[in-house]
Write a protein that binds this ligand. Structure first.
Ligand SMILES: C[C@H](O)[C@H](O)[C@H]1CNC2=NC(N)=NC(=O)C2=N1
Length: 213
């Protein structure tokens, strides 16, 4: 459960989850709100937040605590930290046609460097997309991989093009169809797809013959 946001900016990068000290109210940038009325895009602001240190709690965080004595506080990570903590921890944003712009090639190249295994290609319509290929144990494992990817895509509201041929050869293409090119959503989803556990689906390395002595 996340707590109040201490108005100050932490100079330390603090990662980890937050724990309520005593859930009585939230002090958000000096504004005390009831826990039920979380400010908008609260999760985004809490990215990389952490538990307060004992000393911080003990000293009420500073001489001038922003919340009530019994609010619970979180030291916010420095502004813009989400750019540093990586694509995997970010969320895709809904993109309506005409509102989002496709990324330029320089930006695509730098984002591509953050998603190992993916490469920039042209899809069948000639639009730039990113693609990665896999080979799985069998047809069932390939379909299970699609199921796992589908769950992440639905969670993010951003969807890949899934291809499966020769019963266990899989490739995925990612592009933002509403802009006809690549947006950050594609790289965020690519990073999350890279995080999917697939060791149970891959071809097992050929067992070496064991010498029975
Ligand atoms: C509103 C919402 O963002 C759109 O319907 C989403 C759904 N999933 C999507 N997935 C992809 N790959 N491209 C899109 O443009 C897209 N649009």
């Amino acid at each position: 459960m996340l707590g109040a946001i201490h108005g100050g900016h932490s100079s330390k990068l603090c990662l980890g989850s937050c724990r309520a000290v005593r859930p009585s109210a939230l002090c958000y940038r000096g504004l005390v709100v009831r826990a039920g009325e979380l400010p908008p895009n609260y999760e985004e602001k809490m990215q990389g937040a952490r538990d307060p240190f004992a000393g911080e709690v003990g000293t009420q965080f500073t001489a001038k605590p922003l919340g009530q004595a019994d609010t619970f506080h979180i030291i916010r990570p420095p502004t813009g930290m989400d750019k540093v903590t990586g694509l995997r921890s970010r969320r895709c944003k809904p993109c309506e046609a005409g509102k989002a712009q496709a990324l330029d090639s320089l930006t695509c190249e730098s984002l591509r460097n953050q998603v190992p295994g993916w490469r920039l290609v042209k899809d069948k319509a000639g639009h730039t997309c990113i693609q990665q290929e896999w080979k799985f144990l069998n047809f069932v494992s390939s379909v299970e991989f699609f199921r796992r990817v589908g769950a992440v895509a639905e969670m993010e509201g951003h969807h890949p093009d899934l291809h499966l041929e020769d019963w266990n050869r899989v490739w995925i293409q990612l592009a933002t169809h509403s802009v006809g090119g690549l947006t950050e959503n594609d790289f965020i989803l690519a990073a999350k797809i890279n995080d999917i556990e697939i060791s149970d689906l891959r071809q097992r390395p050929k067992a070496k013959p064991r010498n029975f002595v």
